[in-house]
Write a protein that binds this ligand. Structure first.
Ligand SMILES: [Zn+2]
Length: 427
């Protein structure tokens, strides 16, 4: 979830209401206020504290053995902070965030198997957070499938307005019990499909190879390699970035589909590539992804608050990639995931003719237009605000986290096609 820290999401407010309240005041403090109240130094000091490195909770990577039943979190993207045998065939997996306060995106991923066939119940329990992601399961040679709802049971919990702004209510559950049949064939349980940084690299190295004429990386001191892939150079640049927030996998999958359409070998994509270079940065936060983080990089920082001051190595690297490839006209699309599909733009973006034309064309083709929301920050701390400061057009697309893959692809294709059409018409 990208921008929820200014709205009261119960997932995080329960234990961290005070801290988030202070942050909300900071983020929204100058909306509607005159410039006279804008104290740049105070703002900079606040953001500097917000995006300075802080210690993260270390997760031991290990295997838990309970006689014939085994659990493991020891793989890239794994997250299970502790596993215990509650009694008999009941087990409890504790899932904790890397830092608090934090947005409530309780990522979990672990493997399990048994030496002989066993039926067990696994309780997913969160430290001070509520259950959010419907568990998925995969075996070595299968894809990810949702666990049947008949195998899940929840305790009663309070109801709350749906965080996806659907007008519905949602029940908050402190835990969920999952009934599982185990065999010696290992399976993985996770909040979303596990796509670690190496998986993402494999995908980009294996796909679109003939369409991407440049691949490289940016790297700041003490930071990971931030990889990019680009189409041939042109007079204008489109930047497509994703995975600032590790659990936001539907955004990553939409990014791939978006890339496939932009790189297709047809007259539209060929004309587009002659006019626009596309630079893809699929994982801005590779170490956070591999550490199984809920939100942050290894410095315990939400990278999408660090674009202004760039205190973290990932933000420094991604900014320098972009700065090195800006052309006469530039556009940034940043992909995320949240409860339901939504587009975020600034009030400047809302009146930007390039964005307007694009979204109008996309709305015509969608079965249901994706809702839009204008969000303001007092300083360019997110990718979108930072890009606009550089003179870019910019948009954030938040993909619904439970949207089926076929629909994720369909919408990403529509956005890619309508973007190409509207940008070509614009010239
Ligand atoms: Zn996000």
């Amino acid at each position: 979830m990208c921008h929820s820290s200014h709205s009261p999401i119960p997932w995080s407010i329960r234990s961290h209401g005070r801290a988030l309240g202070a942050l909300s005041a900071l983020l929204l403090g100058v909306v509607g206020a005159g410039q006279s109240t804008f104290d740049k130094q105070a703002a900079q000091d606040s953001v500097s504290r917000m995006t300075a490195s802080r210690p993260v909770l270390a997760q031991d990577l290990r295997q838990w053995d309970f006689g014939p039943v085994h659990f493991s979190n020891d793989f890239p993207g794994g997250r299970a902070n502790h596993v215990r045998n509650a009694d008999g065939s009941r087990y409890e997996v504790l899932i904790e965030p890397e830092v608090t306060p934090i947005n409530g995106s309780p990522w979990y991923a672990f493997a399990l198997w048994a030496d002989t066939a066993h039926t067990i119940t696994v309780r997913l329990r969160y430290s001070e957070f509520h259950h959010r992601y419907h568990p998925l399961r995969k075996y070595r040679n299968t894809g990810w499938e949702p666990i049947p709802t008949t195998d899940l049971s929840y305790p009663d919990g309070p109801t709350h307005a749906h965080p996806g702004q659907t007008g519905d209510t949602i029940q908050l559950h402190p835990y969920v019990d999952v009934q599982l049949n185990l065999t010696s064939d290992t399976s993985w349980i996770a909040a979303q499909p596990v796509i670690a940084s190496a998986d993402e690299e494999d995908w980009w190295d294996g796909h679109l190879r003939e369409h991407l004429n440049e691949r490289g990386y940016g790297r700041a001191e003490n930071g990971p390699k931030i990889r990019y892939y680009a189409t041939p150079d042109a007079d204008r640049s489109l930047f497509v970035i994703g995975r600032q927030h590790p659990p936001e996998v539907t955004g990553a999958l939409a990014l791939r589909a978006f890339a496939e359409r932009l790189c297709a070998n047809d007259s539209l994509a060929n004309a587009f590539q002659a006019a626009w270079r596309v630079v893809f940065i699929p994982i801005v936060n590779p170490d956070g992804v591999d550490l199984g983080h809920w939100r942050c990089n290894p410095g315990g920082v939400d990278l999408n608050r660090d674009w202004w001051l760039a205190q973290q190595p990932e933000t420094q690297a991604v900014r320098s990639i972009i700065e090195g490839q800006m052309r006469s006209q530039n556009l940034l699309v940043d992909l995320h995931s949240t409860w339901k599909d939504i587009l975020y733009l600034t009030s400047k973006g809302e009146h930007n003719p390039v964005i307007q034309k694009w979204l109008a064309l996309a709305d015509e083709r969608m079965e249901r237009p994706v809702p839009r929301k204008v969000i303001e920050f007092f300083a360019p701390i997110t990718s979108m605000q930072w890009a606009e400061e550089q003179g870019f057009s910019a948009l954030v697309y938040e993909v619904g986290e439970d949207v089926p893959m076929s629909e994720v692809r369909k919408r990403a294709f529509i956005y890619a096609e309508t973007l190409m059409i509207s940008l070509l018409k614009d010239q």
